[in-house]
Design a protein. Structure first.
Length: 543
């Protein structure tokens, strides 16, 4: 299924930004040239946070597994352009399941690991998913059990597969199933014109209270990765360590796809601590490691090999970056939600420069290369902050099937730019990152609706959700609770109530502040700015 306008597709192909090779074919070509090269390696502590012992596969071994699993998808009735959801952490099994789906011409929808059952149900229903792959668990959460319950409520979902060790009844265990079928599964690729132009993934952006599907074809992903590869000077056969889940632009565009394009070794990591990430990178002698931007300076000190390149990922929730002189190549990767990314290597000054407006060509900023992205902003109207506009070979369509021509007209400016609705701050030289810290990145939307969730807890008279900027993580949700007279709320019981109610994890506060009353503006609305200031002045008052 193609979603990009024919004229745009032709333009991207003629410029050289797009090619004819889909993502799974990139893997197959490396497997043909270097069958004994190590392709995929699990984290050594895999059994701590998900089921199954750590695995590692060469390209030949992985290619065979991908072929057999793609044949299995076909055998059970999943055909071209069927959508299959995936909610699983960074494991060899997850990568094999995704690449096999792409090889079978399926469309993969990787779901964020923090999503609850209701989020998964709404998303899979909205895109008409036919299949769902879930890990047995992610840390203490039983993802597979929730997947089984989703299947019970979603009649269009024909197949639910399990990855890991402890799979509940009702799910098809992929590992044992393939082992039982032996070597008889053979996959024959289907002839498909322009295979790299067809939709590969449906990722998810947050717009207010809704999760919005964002489609990308194989070529969109490759174009995004080329900017990262060029700026980071990622060489063929590099060892790449990825701690981000493979569910969005950072993990896929900054990790998985650069690995596919360069034919190296992908080391998979589940983040538990920065020390653990550094130790993992040192033990595998990683050439490239991705980390949240605010942690880059600390990671730089902990890495033993000065030749390791750090990809510092900044999202729109990140605070202003610090200036430091790294001992290695440092590349800032600015993520604009699920719409675009810009990779920029730090210069000798060690300062992060503003993101300039205009075209970004690649690889490595070569002006003669194909333009991978073009950035503009909307005009400032009635003191409203401008929003980010993007277009180019990495920029996806925003909707999935149901997008109307009117919605397309509103989202896309007359010049072909996509309005991301991400607010930006104009500074000398361009824009400061990709947005103002706070609400957008947390997916909080209308805070008043979260107030109602907090107020529903027994013994609470009124409540307010508010945002506090964190020095490392960017922004965190807090809750201010005003108890009924004579009631003393228990913070632990409050968190347990939210968890039992299945509240979206993004709406569960990091901490709770108990007050006698909420500060108000002159018009009677809650003054959340004063709540934030109070928390920053009196950390001891926060539970």
């Amino acid at each position: 299924m193609k979603v990009t306008d024919e004229s745009l597709s032709k333009e991207y192909h003629e410029s050289g930004a797009w090619s004819d090779l889909p993502l799974d074919e990139l893997f197959r070509q490396t497997a043909g040239k270097h069958p004994s090269r190590l392709a995929l390696v699990d984290a050594p502590d895999r059994e701590v946070w998900t089921g199954g012992a750590p695995r590692q596969l060469t390209y030949a071994q992985a290619d065979r597994e991908i072929d057999r699993l793609a044949a299995f998808y076909r055998m059970v009735g999943l055909t071209a352009d069927h959508v299959i959801g995936v909610q699983a952490p960074n494991t060899v099994d997850t990568v094999i399941a995704v690449l096999a789906a792409l090889r079978a011409d399926l469309i993969v929808s990787p779901l964020p690991l923090h999503w609850r059952q209701k989020n998964v149900l709404e998303a899979l229903n909205s895109i008409g998913a036919k299949g769902f792959i879930a890990a047995d668990r992610v840390e203490t959460r039983n993802v597979a059990t929730a997947a089984r319950d989703v299947a019970a409520d979603l009649f269009s979902l024909r197949f639910v597969f399990g990855l890991g060790k402890d799979i509940p009844d009702g799910l098809i265990e992929l590992g044992p199933m393939l082992a039982e079928m032996g070597e008889g599964l053979e996959f024959t690729p289907a002839e498909r014109p322009d295979p790299a132009d067809h939709t590969a993934t449906i990722c998810w952006s947050r717009s207010g209270e809704e999760n919005v599907p964002v489609t990308r074809c194989h070529n969109h992903w490759i174009a995004a990765s080329q900017m990262v590869i060029g700026e980071a000077h990622i060489k063929d056969a590099s060892a790449i360590l990825v701690p981000y889940s493979l569910s969005g632009l950072t993990g896929l565009g900054g990790g998985l796809v650069p690995w596919l394009c360069t034919g190296g070794t992908l080391h998979l990591h589940h983040p538990t601590s920065l020390a653990n990430l550094a130790a993992h990178a040192n033990s595998v002698k990683a050439d490239v490691v991705i980390t949240p931007g605010p942690l880059a300076q600390t990671l730089d000190r902990k890495l033993s090999d000065n030749k390791t390149t750090i990809l510092a990922a900044w999202n729109i929730a990140a605070p202003h970056p610090s200036t430091f002189v790294a001992r290695r190549r440092l590349v800032d990767v600015h993520i604009a939600d699920e719409f675009a990314l810009v990779a920029k290597a730090r210069g000798p000054s060690a300062k992060m420069k503003a993101t300039a407006l205009g075209k970004y060509s690649g690889p490595n900023g070569c002006e003669s290369g194909p333009a991978l992205l073009e950035i503009a902003v909307t005009d400032e109207v009635e003191e409203q902050a401008p929003t980010l506009l993007v277009k180019g070979p990495m920029v996806p369509e925003t909707g999935w099937r149901t997008i109307s021509s009117e919605e397309r007209r509103v989202r896309w400016e007359g010049t072909g730019y996509l309005n991301t609705n991400i607010k930006v701050e104009l500074v000398e030289g361009g824009i400061a990152g990709f947005g103002i810290p706070g609400l957008y990145a947390l997916g909080t939307g209308n805070l008043e609706t979260i107030d109602l969730i907090y107020t529903s807890y027994q013994g609470i008279k009124e409540a307010a959700a508010f945002i506090v900027e964190a020095p490392v993580l960017g922004a965190r949700m807090y809750a201010a609770l005003v108890p009924e007279p004579g009631n003393v709320p228990d913070a632990g019981a409050f968190f347990a109530y939210l968890d039992a109610a299945g509240v979206d994890l993004a709406k569960i506060p990091y901490r709770v502040l108990i007050l006698q009353s909420l500060p108000r503006n002159q018009d009677g609305t809650i003054c959340r700015e004063r709540l934030t200031m109070r928390t920053q002045r009196q950390p001891a008052a926060v539970a």
